[in-house]
Ligand binder design. Structure first.
Ligand code: AMP
Length: 416
Protein backbone atom coordinates (compact mmCIF):
# COMPACT_ATOMS: atom_id res chain seq x y z
CA UNK A 1 0.00 0.00 0.00
CA UNK A 2 1.24 3.47 -0.85
CA UNK A 3 1.93 5.82 2.01
CA UNK A 4 0.11 9.15 1.73
CA UNK A 5 1.11 12.43 3.29
CA UNK A 6 -0.37 13.17 6.72
CA UNK A 7 -3.76 14.94 6.78
CA UNK A 8 -3.43 18.71 6.67
CA UNK A 9 0.03 18.73 5.07
CA UNK A 10 1.00 19.32 1.47
CA UNK A 11 3.90 18.87 -0.92
CA UNK A 12 5.03 22.02 -2.68
CA UNK A 13 6.79 21.56 -6.00
CA UNK A 14 7.34 22.76 -9.60
CA UNK A 15 5.20 25.82 -10.50
CA UNK A 16 3.87 26.27 -6.95
CA UNK A 17 7.40 26.14 -5.57
CA UNK A 18 8.36 28.93 -7.95
CA UNK A 19 5.55 31.07 -6.57
CA UNK A 20 6.78 30.38 -3.02
CA UNK A 21 10.31 31.33 -4.03
CA UNK A 22 9.04 34.52 -5.68
CA UNK A 23 7.23 35.54 -2.48
CA UNK A 24 10.17 34.55 -0.27
CA UNK A 25 12.61 36.55 -2.43
CA UNK A 26 10.41 39.64 -2.11
CA UNK A 27 10.17 39.16 1.67
CA UNK A 28 13.94 38.86 1.97
CA UNK A 29 14.53 41.95 -0.15
CA UNK A 30 12.04 44.08 1.80
CA UNK A 31 13.43 42.97 5.18
CA UNK A 32 17.02 43.66 4.13
CA UNK A 33 15.99 47.16 3.02
CA UNK A 34 14.37 47.74 6.43
CA UNK A 35 17.52 46.57 8.21
CA UNK A 36 15.65 43.64 9.76
CA UNK A 37 17.71 40.52 10.60
CA UNK A 38 16.55 36.99 9.91
CA UNK A 39 16.19 34.52 12.79
CA UNK A 40 15.65 30.74 12.77
CA UNK A 41 14.42 29.01 15.89
CA UNK A 42 13.70 25.30 16.49
CA UNK A 43 10.55 23.68 15.13
CA UNK A 44 9.92 22.07 18.52
CA UNK A 45 10.11 23.70 21.93
CA UNK A 46 9.40 22.92 25.57
CA UNK A 47 5.59 22.74 25.89
CA UNK A 48 5.56 25.22 28.80
CA UNK A 49 6.75 27.96 26.44
CA UNK A 50 3.40 27.90 24.64
CA UNK A 51 1.12 27.31 27.61
CA UNK A 52 2.72 30.26 29.37
CA UNK A 53 2.79 32.68 26.43
CA UNK A 54 -0.06 31.81 24.08
CA UNK A 55 -2.34 31.12 27.06
CA UNK A 56 -3.82 28.03 28.69
CA UNK A 57 -7.33 28.99 27.67
CA UNK A 58 -6.72 29.48 23.96
CA UNK A 59 -7.89 26.95 21.39
CA UNK A 60 -4.30 26.68 20.21
CA UNK A 61 -2.99 25.42 23.54
CA UNK A 62 -6.12 23.53 24.55
CA UNK A 63 -7.06 21.76 21.37
CA UNK A 64 -4.58 22.26 18.59
CA UNK A 65 -1.03 21.58 19.75
CA UNK A 66 1.04 18.63 18.59
CA UNK A 67 2.47 17.68 21.98
CA UNK A 68 4.36 14.51 22.84
CA UNK A 69 6.86 13.10 25.31
CA UNK A 70 10.30 12.58 23.83
CA UNK A 71 12.50 9.60 24.72
CA UNK A 72 13.84 11.55 27.70
CA UNK A 73 10.27 12.04 28.99
CA UNK A 74 10.26 15.77 28.25
CA UNK A 75 7.04 17.35 27.04
CA UNK A 76 7.75 18.73 23.58
CA UNK A 77 5.46 20.71 21.27
CA UNK A 78 5.75 21.41 17.55
CA UNK A 79 5.52 25.19 17.42
CA UNK A 80 1.95 26.38 16.79
CA UNK A 81 3.23 29.94 16.26
CA UNK A 82 6.61 31.62 16.26
CA UNK A 83 6.46 34.70 18.50
CA UNK A 84 6.95 32.62 21.64
CA UNK A 85 10.05 30.93 20.20
CA UNK A 86 11.55 34.23 19.10
CA UNK A 87 10.92 35.75 22.55
CA UNK A 88 12.55 32.72 24.16
CA UNK A 89 15.54 33.16 21.86
CA UNK A 90 15.62 36.89 22.67
CA UNK A 91 15.91 36.13 26.38
CA UNK A 92 18.17 33.08 26.13
CA UNK A 93 20.71 34.76 23.84
CA UNK A 94 20.89 38.00 25.82
CA UNK A 95 19.48 40.25 23.07
CA UNK A 96 18.30 42.69 25.75
CA UNK A 97 21.89 43.80 26.37
CA UNK A 98 22.39 44.57 22.67
CA UNK A 99 21.72 47.74 20.73
CA UNK A 100 17.97 48.38 20.51
CA UNK A 101 15.68 48.12 18.71
CA UNK A 102 16.17 44.47 17.78
CA UNK A 103 14.29 43.81 14.54
CA UNK A 104 13.87 40.18 13.45
CA UNK A 105 12.07 38.35 10.65
CA UNK A 106 11.37 34.68 10.04
CA UNK A 107 9.69 32.26 7.71
CA UNK A 108 8.84 28.86 9.07
CA UNK A 109 6.33 26.07 9.38
CA UNK A 110 3.81 25.93 12.24
CA UNK A 111 1.68 23.04 13.42
CA UNK A 112 -1.93 23.16 14.63
CA UNK A 113 -4.38 20.28 14.79
CA UNK A 114 -7.21 22.18 13.06
CA UNK A 115 -10.27 21.33 11.00
CA UNK A 116 -9.20 21.39 7.37
CA UNK A 117 -10.78 23.88 4.96
CA UNK A 118 -9.69 26.20 2.14
CA UNK A 119 -6.49 27.91 3.27
CA UNK A 120 -6.43 26.05 6.59
CA UNK A 121 -3.87 23.30 7.10
CA UNK A 122 -2.27 21.44 9.97
CA UNK A 123 1.18 22.33 8.75
CA UNK A 124 1.34 25.87 7.41
CA UNK A 125 3.96 28.59 7.03
CA UNK A 126 4.15 32.11 8.34
CA UNK A 127 6.35 35.06 7.52
CA UNK A 128 6.67 37.18 10.62
CA UNK A 129 8.44 40.14 12.13
CA UNK A 130 9.16 40.84 15.79
CA UNK A 131 10.52 44.22 16.91
CA UNK A 132 11.85 44.55 20.47
CA UNK A 133 12.75 47.64 22.47
CA UNK A 134 10.40 50.39 21.29
CA UNK A 135 7.16 51.40 22.98
CA UNK A 136 6.53 54.07 20.35
CA UNK A 137 3.63 53.83 17.92
CA UNK A 138 6.34 54.41 15.26
CA UNK A 139 7.41 50.79 15.76
CA UNK A 140 3.77 49.79 15.08
CA UNK A 141 3.88 51.80 11.85
CA UNK A 142 7.21 50.25 10.81
CA UNK A 143 5.89 46.71 11.36
CA UNK A 144 2.58 47.32 9.58
CA UNK A 145 4.33 49.06 6.70
CA UNK A 146 6.55 46.03 6.01
CA UNK A 147 3.45 43.88 5.48
CA UNK A 148 1.87 46.63 3.39
CA UNK A 149 4.99 46.93 1.21
CA UNK A 150 5.01 43.19 0.63
CA UNK A 151 1.36 43.25 -0.44
CA UNK A 152 2.11 46.18 -2.76
CA UNK A 153 5.11 44.41 -4.28
CA UNK A 154 2.98 41.30 -4.85
CA UNK A 155 0.20 43.53 -6.29
CA UNK A 156 -2.42 42.41 -3.74
CA UNK A 157 -2.51 45.52 -1.50
CA UNK A 158 -5.90 46.59 -2.90
CA UNK A 159 -7.28 43.12 -2.21
CA UNK A 160 -6.44 43.17 1.48
CA UNK A 161 -8.05 45.24 4.24
CA UNK A 162 -6.02 46.31 7.26
CA UNK A 163 -8.20 46.27 10.38
CA UNK A 164 -6.87 47.81 13.57
CA UNK A 165 -7.95 48.12 17.17
CA UNK A 166 -6.47 48.95 20.54
CA UNK A 167 -7.06 46.59 23.43
CA UNK A 168 -5.38 48.91 25.96
CA UNK A 169 -2.81 48.21 28.62
CA UNK A 170 -3.24 46.32 31.90
CA UNK A 171 -4.43 49.53 33.61
CA UNK A 172 -7.33 50.39 31.31
CA UNK A 173 -8.12 46.75 30.63
CA UNK A 174 -8.82 46.00 34.32
CA UNK A 175 -11.57 48.63 34.41
CA UNK A 176 -12.99 47.48 31.10
CA UNK A 177 -13.06 43.81 32.11
CA UNK A 178 -15.11 44.65 35.23
CA UNK A 179 -17.64 46.46 33.03
CA UNK A 180 -17.67 43.62 30.49
CA UNK A 181 -18.28 40.99 33.17
CA UNK A 182 -21.04 43.05 34.71
CA UNK A 183 -22.71 43.36 31.29
CA UNK A 184 -22.46 39.59 30.67
CA UNK A 185 -23.30 38.34 34.15
CA UNK A 186 -26.96 37.51 33.37
CA UNK A 187 -26.19 36.31 29.82
CA UNK A 188 -23.26 33.98 30.33
CA UNK A 189 -25.38 30.96 31.29
CA UNK A 190 -26.83 30.93 27.77
CA UNK A 191 -23.46 31.21 26.04
CA UNK A 192 -21.17 28.43 24.77
CA UNK A 193 -19.05 26.33 27.14
CA UNK A 194 -15.81 27.94 25.94
CA UNK A 195 -17.18 31.41 26.71
CA UNK A 196 -18.18 30.27 30.20
CA UNK A 197 -14.54 29.42 30.85
CA UNK A 198 -13.37 32.63 29.16
CA UNK A 199 -15.72 34.62 31.40
CA UNK A 200 -13.65 33.47 34.38
CA UNK A 201 -10.17 33.31 32.84
CA UNK A 202 -9.99 35.85 30.00
CA UNK A 203 -13.33 37.60 29.37
CA UNK A 204 -12.05 39.70 26.44
CA UNK A 205 -11.76 36.59 24.33
CA UNK A 206 -15.56 36.29 24.44
CA UNK A 207 -15.61 39.17 21.93
CA UNK A 208 -14.20 37.12 19.07
CA UNK A 209 -16.20 33.94 19.77
CA UNK A 210 -17.77 32.87 16.47
CA UNK A 211 -20.50 30.60 17.95
CA UNK A 212 -24.09 31.49 16.91
CA UNK A 213 -25.23 30.80 20.45
CA UNK A 214 -23.18 33.73 21.74
CA UNK A 215 -24.06 36.28 19.04
CA UNK A 216 -27.25 37.72 20.57
CA UNK A 217 -25.65 38.17 24.01
CA UNK A 218 -22.90 40.21 22.41
CA UNK A 219 -25.03 42.67 20.47
CA UNK A 220 -24.46 45.75 22.63
CA UNK A 221 -21.22 44.77 24.29
CA UNK A 222 -19.21 47.58 25.86
CA UNK A 223 -16.05 48.03 23.77
CA UNK A 224 -12.50 48.49 25.09
CA UNK A 225 -11.85 51.56 22.90
CA UNK A 226 -14.33 53.50 25.09
CA UNK A 227 -12.29 52.62 28.19
CA UNK A 228 -8.73 53.37 27.06
CA UNK A 229 -6.55 55.33 29.51
CA UNK A 230 -5.05 58.64 28.34
CA UNK A 231 -1.73 57.08 27.25
CA UNK A 232 -3.32 54.25 25.26
CA UNK A 233 -5.84 56.60 23.74
CA UNK A 234 -3.11 59.07 22.68
CA UNK A 235 -1.03 56.24 21.19
CA UNK A 236 -3.99 54.90 19.23
CA UNK A 237 -4.77 58.38 17.87
CA UNK A 238 -1.12 58.86 16.81
CA UNK A 239 -1.11 55.45 15.14
CA UNK A 240 -4.26 56.23 13.14
CA UNK A 241 -3.05 59.70 12.15
CA UNK A 242 0.35 58.41 11.03
CA UNK A 243 -1.15 55.52 9.04
CA UNK A 244 -3.24 58.15 7.27
CA UNK A 245 -0.21 60.45 6.77
CA UNK A 246 1.89 57.69 5.19
CA UNK A 247 -0.98 56.54 2.97
CA UNK A 248 -1.77 53.15 4.51
CA UNK A 249 -5.53 52.60 4.39
CA UNK A 250 -7.13 51.02 7.47
CA UNK A 251 -10.46 50.35 9.11
CA UNK A 252 -11.15 50.31 12.83
CA UNK A 253 -12.59 47.00 13.95
CA UNK A 254 -13.50 47.03 17.63
CA UNK A 255 -14.10 43.28 17.66
CA UNK A 256 -10.44 42.43 17.03
CA UNK A 257 -8.91 41.17 20.26
CA UNK A 258 -6.68 38.45 18.69
CA UNK A 259 -6.81 34.84 19.72
CA UNK A 260 -3.65 34.79 21.80
CA UNK A 261 -3.40 36.04 25.38
CA UNK A 262 -0.22 38.05 25.15
CA UNK A 263 -1.35 41.08 23.16
CA UNK A 264 -1.90 44.63 24.47
CA UNK A 265 -2.51 48.07 22.92
CA UNK A 266 -2.32 47.92 19.10
CA UNK A 267 -3.76 44.79 17.48
CA UNK A 268 -4.41 44.34 13.77
CA UNK A 269 -5.44 41.88 11.12
CA UNK A 270 -5.09 41.71 7.36
CA UNK A 271 -8.21 40.28 5.74
CA UNK A 272 -8.70 39.24 2.11
CA UNK A 273 -11.57 41.46 0.90
CA UNK A 274 -12.98 38.88 -1.52
CA UNK A 275 -12.33 35.61 0.28
CA UNK A 276 -12.94 36.89 3.83
CA UNK A 277 -9.87 34.91 4.94
CA UNK A 278 -7.40 36.30 7.48
CA UNK A 279 -4.08 36.72 5.70
CA UNK A 280 -2.26 37.77 8.85
CA UNK A 281 -2.42 39.42 12.19
CA UNK A 282 -0.33 40.84 14.95
CA UNK A 283 0.00 43.37 17.67
CA UNK A 284 1.92 44.65 20.64
CA UNK A 285 3.02 42.33 23.40
CA UNK A 286 4.79 44.59 25.87
CA UNK A 287 4.67 42.13 28.79
CA UNK A 288 5.56 38.84 27.10
CA UNK A 289 9.34 39.07 27.52
CA UNK A 290 8.79 39.56 31.27
CA UNK A 291 6.21 36.75 31.46
CA UNK A 292 8.81 34.40 29.95
CA UNK A 293 11.49 35.46 32.44
CA UNK A 294 13.25 38.40 30.75
CA UNK A 295 13.43 42.07 31.66
CA UNK A 296 10.57 44.38 30.71
CA UNK A 297 10.81 44.94 26.92
CA UNK A 298 8.10 46.50 24.78
CA UNK A 299 7.61 44.55 21.56
CA UNK A 300 5.38 44.26 18.51
CA UNK A 301 5.09 41.82 15.64
CA UNK A 302 2.95 40.10 13.05
CA UNK A 303 2.56 36.72 11.41
CA UNK A 304 1.34 36.45 7.82
CA UNK A 305 0.02 33.18 6.45
CA UNK A 306 2.30 32.29 3.52
CA UNK A 307 -0.10 29.61 2.25
CA UNK A 308 -2.89 32.19 2.08
CA UNK A 309 -0.73 34.78 0.32
CA UNK A 310 0.10 32.13 -2.30
CA UNK A 311 -3.61 31.27 -2.53
CA UNK A 312 -4.41 34.93 -3.31
CA UNK A 313 -1.67 35.20 -5.93
CA UNK A 314 -3.05 32.13 -7.67
CA UNK A 315 -6.67 33.27 -7.28
CA UNK A 316 -5.91 36.58 -9.02
CA UNK A 317 -3.37 35.04 -11.42
CA UNK A 318 -0.81 37.58 -10.33
CA UNK A 319 2.28 35.48 -10.57
CA UNK A 320 5.01 36.70 -12.84
CA UNK A 321 5.87 34.37 -15.69
CA UNK A 322 8.71 32.21 -14.55
CA UNK A 323 11.94 32.21 -16.50
CA UNK A 324 12.59 29.30 -18.79
CA UNK A 325 15.94 27.67 -19.43
CA UNK A 326 18.10 30.10 -21.44
CA UNK A 327 20.25 27.46 -23.13
CA UNK A 328 19.84 23.71 -23.31
CA UNK A 329 23.14 22.05 -24.27
CA UNK A 330 22.79 19.18 -26.69
CA UNK A 331 25.86 16.94 -26.62
CA UNK A 332 26.62 14.15 -29.07
CA UNK A 333 27.99 11.80 -26.45
CA UNK A 334 28.82 11.64 -22.77
CA UNK A 335 32.57 12.33 -23.36
CA UNK A 336 31.62 15.87 -24.29
CA UNK A 337 30.04 16.59 -20.90
CA UNK A 338 33.33 17.31 -19.03
CA UNK A 339 34.59 19.37 -21.97
CA UNK A 340 31.66 21.82 -21.79
CA UNK A 341 31.42 21.76 -18.00
CA UNK A 342 33.38 25.01 -17.57
CA UNK A 343 31.42 26.77 -20.32
CA UNK A 344 28.05 25.87 -18.76
CA UNK A 345 29.21 27.10 -15.36
CA UNK A 346 30.68 30.32 -16.80
CA UNK A 347 27.30 31.02 -18.39
CA UNK A 348 25.54 30.31 -15.07
CA UNK A 349 27.97 32.78 -13.44
CA UNK A 350 26.78 35.37 -15.96
CA UNK A 351 23.24 34.80 -14.67
CA UNK A 352 21.83 32.46 -17.33
CA UNK A 353 19.79 29.35 -16.63
CA UNK A 354 21.65 26.48 -18.27
CA UNK A 355 20.64 22.84 -18.55
CA UNK A 356 22.33 19.88 -20.21
CA UNK A 357 21.51 16.27 -20.98
CA UNK A 358 22.33 13.92 -18.10
CA UNK A 359 20.48 10.88 -19.44
CA UNK A 360 22.69 9.91 -22.37
CA UNK A 361 19.76 10.46 -24.71
CA UNK A 362 19.95 10.46 -28.50
CA UNK A 363 20.34 13.75 -30.36
CA UNK A 364 16.67 13.72 -31.37
CA UNK A 365 15.48 12.93 -27.86
CA UNK A 366 17.54 15.83 -26.48
CA UNK A 367 16.10 18.13 -29.12
CA UNK A 368 12.54 17.08 -28.22
CA UNK A 369 13.25 17.63 -24.53
CA UNK A 370 14.65 21.14 -25.14
CA UNK A 371 11.54 22.05 -27.08
CA UNK A 372 9.22 20.63 -24.37
CA UNK A 373 10.87 22.66 -21.60
CA UNK A 374 10.64 25.73 -23.90
CA UNK A 375 14.37 26.48 -23.79
CA UNK A 376 15.12 29.87 -25.43
CA UNK A 377 18.21 28.49 -27.23
CA UNK A 378 19.87 25.19 -27.82
CA UNK A 379 23.62 24.85 -28.08
CA UNK A 380 24.79 21.85 -30.11
CA UNK A 381 28.23 20.46 -29.41
CA UNK A 382 29.96 17.43 -30.94
CA UNK A 383 33.61 16.51 -31.56
CA UNK A 384 33.78 18.77 -34.68
CA UNK A 385 32.57 21.79 -32.73
CA UNK A 386 35.10 21.08 -30.01
CA UNK A 387 37.93 20.90 -32.56
CA UNK A 388 36.91 24.22 -34.10
CA UNK A 389 36.15 25.73 -30.69
CA UNK A 390 32.79 26.78 -32.12
CA UNK A 391 29.27 25.79 -31.19
CA UNK A 392 25.95 25.87 -32.98
CA UNK A 393 23.50 28.17 -31.21
CA UNK A 394 19.87 27.97 -32.29
CA UNK A 395 17.15 30.41 -31.32
CA UNK A 396 14.15 28.16 -30.65
CA UNK A 397 11.63 30.92 -31.38
CA UNK A 398 13.01 32.11 -34.73
CA UNK A 399 14.86 28.87 -35.68
CA UNK A 400 17.82 31.12 -36.60
CA UNK A 401 21.07 29.22 -36.20
CA UNK A 402 24.63 30.58 -35.97
CA UNK A 403 28.11 29.39 -35.12
CA UNK A 404 29.78 31.18 -32.21
CA UNK A 405 33.01 30.94 -30.27
CA UNK A 406 32.73 28.58 -27.34
CA UNK A 407 33.13 31.37 -24.85
CA UNK A 408 30.57 32.45 -22.24
CA UNK A 409 31.05 36.13 -23.18
CA UNK A 410 30.39 35.54 -26.90
CA UNK A 411 27.35 33.37 -26.24
CA UNK A 412 26.13 35.81 -23.54
CA UNK A 413 26.32 38.70 -26.06
CA UNK A 414 23.93 36.88 -28.36
CA UNK A 415 21.49 36.04 -25.59
CA UNK A 416 21.19 39.63 -24.33
P1 AMP B 1 -2.45 33.53 14.00
O1 AMP B 1 -1.08 33.12 14.50
O2 AMP B 1 -3.52 32.55 14.37
O3 AMP B 1 -2.78 34.94 14.28
O4 AMP B 1 -2.36 33.41 12.41
C1 AMP B 1 -1.69 34.34 11.62
C2 AMP B 1 -1.95 33.99 10.18
O5 AMP B 1 -1.44 32.69 9.89
C3 AMP B 1 -3.42 33.89 9.85
O6 AMP B 1 -3.96 35.16 9.54
C4 AMP B 1 -3.41 32.99 8.65
O7 AMP B 1 -3.09 33.69 7.48
C5 AMP B 1 -2.28 32.04 8.97
N1 AMP B 1 -2.80 30.79 9.56
C6 AMP B 1 -3.17 30.56 10.83
N2 AMP B 1 -3.57 29.30 10.98
C7 AMP B 1 -3.47 28.71 9.77
C8 AMP B 1 -3.73 27.39 9.26
N3 AMP B 1 -4.17 26.42 10.05
N4 AMP B 1 -3.51 27.15 7.95
C9 AMP B 1 -3.03 28.12 7.13
N5 AMP B 1 -2.77 29.37 7.55
C10 AMP B 1 -2.97 29.66 8.85
Amino acid sequence: MNISRAKGTKDIFFDDMKIWQYVEENIKEICIKHNIDQIRTPIFEDTTLFSRSVGDETDIVNKEMYTFLDKGNRSITLRPELTAGVVRAYIENGFSSMLTPIKLWYIGTMYRYEKMQKGRYREFSQFGIEVFGSDSYLADIEVISVAYELFKKLRISDKIALKINSIGCSKCRAKYIDTLKEYLVDKIDNMCDDCKIRYVKNPMRIIDCKQDKCKSAKQNLPMITDYLCDDCSKDFESLKQTLFDVGIEYEIDKTIVRGLDYYNKTVFEFISKDLGLAVGGGGRYDTLVEVLGGTHTPAIGFGLGMDRIILLLKEYELVKNNRNVDIYFIIFDSNIFPKVFKLTNDLRDLGYIIDIDICNRSFNAQLKYASKIKARYICIIGEDELKENLCGLKNMNTSEQIKVDMSAEEIGNILK
